[in-house]
Ligand binder design. Sequence first.
Ligand code: ACM
Length: 534
Amino acid sequence: MRRDHSTTPRTPRILGALLLVAAAGVFTLGSAPAAEAAAPTPLNRVIPAPASVQSGGAPYRITWATGVRVDDSAEVRRIGTYLAGILRPSTGYRLPVATGGGARGIQLHLAQGDFGAEGYRLHSGPAGVTITASAPAGLFHGVQTLRQLLPAAVEKKTVQPGPWLIAGGTIEDRPRYSYRGAMLDVSRHFFTVAQVKRYIDQLALYKINELHLHLSDDQGWRIAIDSWPRLATYGGSTEVGGGKGGYFTKAQYREIVDYAASRYLEVVPEIDMPGHTNAALASYAELNCDGVAPPLYTGTQVGFSSLCVPKQVTYDFVDDVIRELAAITPGRYLHIGGDEAHSTSHADYVKFMDRVQPIVAEYGKTVIGWHQITGAHPAKGALAQYWGVDGTSAAEKAQVAQAAQNGTGLILSPADRLYLDMKYTSSTKLGTKWAGYVEVQRSYDWNPGAYLPGAPASSVRGVEAPLWSETLKTSADIEYMAFPRLPGAAELAWSPASTHDWNAYKVRLAAQAPRWDALGIGYYRSPQVPWPKS
Ligand code: ACM
């Protein structure tokens, strides 16, 4: 293993100081490529853009002598160990994680302060980098910032040459919205626990904190329910195109929940109802109004299925499913879908939602529904997820805005901005185009706080980037559609509106590409972005 021992302690003091000054950009050695390569990433070259950045002073250099100092707290130690786990393979340094203060090295520290639940301060100077927060989530988000301030090669799994410089200065950061989501459709095509974990790691890098799993649809039921076992074993036995599908056992679902929690993401499970239910209807004949189970479905049409609203067994079923799912979901929310219920009459839709929302509350969860739920009676505290497009009718937008004025919180997922499965252009092979083509600038360049006419800015709880999987089968497919749009969604959700600027953003976005290369993430090389030459 190659180790870089050419660090300050072994370098004559004066030369060491000169190197640090040069690296800080106070002066450079002409235009020598080596000096340029050594310049640390500017503190504001991060995605999502931090709330405030003060650059200045000499950088910190991670060396063989660097340790990770943590508070005497199991959770802070765990975050320190996670950070060391990222840094060790590429730096080749030992990076011991130890409790105790002292300003040298990398320090993770909890303190009272105006950080909120997820904010942090990152201070970097020649003696060390200190991340301070009032809650562990803030430390974790600060660690993601620290990662992005290091050269992209830090993400590699083999020892790289360095140097490992972090620019001097202070970042003070906290999110604009508390709900910063990404949705993965595991129903149209099933994705394994390992694939979901991989996506979670990618989301965490951009400070996404909600993982919405679309667990049921016409083409597949993906979560084991003990009281209705055929949902998973039969309803989960196929997918779009007729593949073998699959489902998560409860233990596997818990594994995802725990992994997400270790990255400070909350899992939001969705059981889509009363439409998008063919997999359930195929599994149990009694759920159908005519008592006849339809065949499993592997196409991509929507709007043809409905639970039987007048039958009591429907509510016994919903109660069992929500009870079992709530019991394995520590998160606050349960998403009940409610979109595209074209085979349910409006009166039945309202009746259904009036009966089902209290069941969610009974099991201690808060309802999220797609925005069609605002056409019923959204429960107190419910959130509506808006997925309209520019061309959505004024009446539909007004209905959502009215609900927002009446207290329903909004999650914004406009399909012609944030649906990651929309094709970028007519030449994109994967994805769909019903909401139009969504290039990177279109995806980024809008303001969630002023998006839906008539909806108060305070009703917007956040944004979410859904990824529907009719055309997606592999992690490479997921990543090609998510990158480079996902970081833009994350920035809309995290960064203050005052930092929003496409021209500055596209430069920061381009700078992420070597990191994706190092992480093995394939992405769409949009001509709108000034990518480095590859
Ligand atoms: C949706 O795209 N049907 C929510």
